[in-house]
Ligand binder design. Sequence first.
Ligand code: NAD
Length: 426
Amino acid sequence: MSITKEVKKKSMFDTVIGQFNKTADLIELNPNIRKILSVANNEIIIHFPVKKDNGEVEIFTGYRVQHNNALGPYKGGLRYHPTVDVEDAKALAMWMTWKTSLAGLPYGGAKGGIQIDPRQYSIGELERITRRFTYALGENIGPEHDIPAPDVNTNAQTMAWIADTYMSTKSSSERSKNQHVVTGKPVGSGGLEGRNRSTGYGVYLTIKLFFEGKGESLKDKTFIVQGYGNVGYWVSHFLTNDGAKLIAVQDAHATIFNETGIDSEALFEHSKNRIDSVEGFEGAVEMNPKDFFGIECDIIIPAALGNQITAANAGNVKARLIAEGANGPIDVEGEKIILEKGITIIPDILCNSGGVIGSYFEWLQNRNGELWFLEEVMDKLEKKLTQVYKSVASMVAEKQIDWRTAAYIIAITRIETAYKQRGIFP
Ligand code: NAD
């Protein structure tokens, strides 16, 4: 073996499969069901051409991984990022299966995206890339089969392009029956009032419920956020409204700090370009990105990418609580260190599930030809998420285990029950 051969970097799939195996051992999961859930049902890789503004044709690579649909149609986001590949999509799809099951939704899990840095393309090019990818996916997505949603670097506009392209492939009498092929659309195009804030609101609500369980309020609690996109902004908005103090933010371009508090709305105004950046914000100073997770604070909210807290930096963490806005931000080794330090982790499949619950409401709204009001949406979201949170909290108390394991037990047991009731075809 060459001495220059690189040690394989831990992938997000290592993290999610490690978490799954731990729970499967603990609950003595039926070995046949374990085999089924260890792999994704479908892994779709598509290479497709798009004409750029300068007339050149570029070939792009897009992915859609459908992990499991035992409980209903596949559901999960589409991400535009240079790190997107089939391994990451497999991991993220598996997390979606656990998340929808934990929330008791009639969905399975999927994830996908395109391996690009969207900053390198014009709006017109992004539209053509999105439409061509949708066309190439064809019947691999569908309102009763696989329903994408926004994720990193995709948004309501991206979903509108997908919906329009998919619906354009149908006859005019079928068009309107296909609007729910994606969720997270703009409100004027079948989107749900409040869907854009639902993930961040859910992260906030789980943090609030956690401290309420300890007889504490959010007032004067300090928090730091990695990622100031959809999730990072909205959770900061709701936490600061309740008197908590945002003291540091890290995104793909900069890390900023102000111990007296960062104005979350002013930071949002500063960063809301097409691809957000907190760089150059006047109400804070730049700091070394390496020191970010070691900042003295009550709450850390990773709301960017996976595998951010690992054995390399977990020892520096001083917070009391980590609320996983992102999917898979802590790897298995990092988690071990965090838990040994007595720090609680509210796991992604619970913490950021407000997003998929909001998506479910949008899907129902479109499917039933209804229009829901913001108040109604937020009220339903709060009730649903509180119920899921309480079921996990009861499992934690009953079995004296960590929150992730408790959430996984509920999620995997629900799928196991469905398989046991139905059997395996043929
Ligand atoms: P977004 O594109 O709106 O924002 C992503 C943010 O992460 C940006 O601020 C970006 O600068 C930052 N970022 C990217 N790379 C980074 C890096 N290397 N270091 C630090 N920051 C980096 O995305 P989003 O929709 O807010 O999603 C964020 C996370 O939340 C993802 O893990 C996503 O899977 C998860 N999530 C999103 C939703 C949703 O509804 N949008 C739902 C559930 C989970």
